[in-house]
Ligand binder design. Structure first.
Ligand code: GLV
Length: 318
């Protein structure tokens, strides 16, 4: 049963070794960059399994070229980069890596919450530029975190882990999502309508997957409902936020700031965002720890190996 496997980009161990030990042949694109669409289309031909990344756009043309392939195992929890409708139609399974990146993404969300409110990166820029002239009663004042209300959009695993950490900061919790989340309820969180969450929260943190329904969920209208003292945090997917609308909201001080790890058109940013001092901007680091990336590599590989061995995948997305 085991077959030919392609890994689309250089990834950390143990994934390559696990797949290599199980497959008849393994080829990994040995560079830390994504293949062009044409090169990817050629590379997936004749493979039984492909281990891919969120930087690969797996559209219908790639899936058609991979016809006969059993699985595209995404080394990510989000799988909006894969056309799952076409994959399903062609009988190609899709798997992801949930669970293992929950805590480290929640930790990064907290870096953004604390960092944007207390102007951590701006302060670092002040020091490096030699602008610090000594303590001042009006110098670099920010927003409070302890006791402020945290609103979570998309109440899944990562939002829940963010909420658990918020208990230590004595924050009232709100969440918005399609269904109740019993663990958030146990933490004292209240499920509210979208508009109410925007109006009441001091921090609005986005944790929803990207789908046609969530694209530009944070729009001009949504931003206009937020308090002028509130902060927007996004560690989910860039296109959930209308980035141009966000730049306008930051420029006009409609909101106090934004902590972002993801962008609509990565690696690019909307014009003007880099000049917004009240934006704390990180380069998609949510799952970027040594241990988490190794765990993601292992799980993606285990999905490939299970399918090559004729077993059920561990993390099918449909
Ligand atoms: C990272 O963004 C992931 O979806 O794993």
């Amino acid at each position: 049963m085991p077959g030919r496997v392609f890994i689309t980009r250089l990834i950390p161990e143990p994934g390559p070794s696990l797949v290599g030990a199980a497959a008849d042949s393994l080829e990994m694109f040995p560079e830390d960059r994504s293949l062009s669409p044409d090169d990817l289309r050629n590379a997936v031909q004749g493979r039984d399994a492909v281990l891919c990344l969120l930087t690969d756009t797996i559209d219908a043309s790639i899936l058609e070229a991979a016809k006969g392939c059993k699985v595209f195992a995404n080394m990510a929890v989000g799988y909006n980069n894969i056309d799952v409708v076409t994959a399903k139609r062609l009988g190609i399974m899709v798997t992801n890596t949930p669970g293992v990146l929950t805590d480290c993404t929640a930790d990064l969300t907290w870096s953004l919450i604390l960092g944007v409110a207390r102007r951590v990166a701006e302060g670092d820029r002040e020091m490096r530029a030699g602008r610090f002239m000594g303590w001042g009663p009006l110098y670099m004042l920010g927003g409070d975190v302890t006791g402020r209300t945290l609103g979570l959009i998309g109440p899944g695993r990562i939002a829940t882990a963010v909420a658990r950490r918020a208990v230590g900061f004595e924050m009232p919790l709100l969440y918005h999502g399609r269904r109740d989340n019993p663990e958030l309820d146990r933490l004292g969180a209240k499920r509210v309508e979208f508009d109410a969450l925007l109006r009441k929260s001091d921090f609005v943190s986005v944790h929803t997957p990207l789908s046609p329904e969530t694209r530009h969920m944070i729009s001009d209208r949504a931003l206009s409902l937020m308090k002028p003292t509130a902060y927007l945090i996004n560690t989910a997917r860039g296109p959930v936020v209308d980035e141009k609308a966000l730049v306008r909201a930051l420029q006009s001080k409609q909101i106090a700031g934004a902590g972002l790890d993801v962008y609509e058109d990565e690696p690019a940013m909307a014009p003007g965002l880099a000049e917004c001092e009240t934006a704390l901007i990180l380069p998609h680091l949510g799952s970027a720890t040594h241990a988490t990336r190794a765990a993601m590599s292992r799980i993606a590989a285990e999905n490939v190996v299970a399918i090559l061995n004729g077993q059920a995948p561990l993390n099918p997305v449909f």
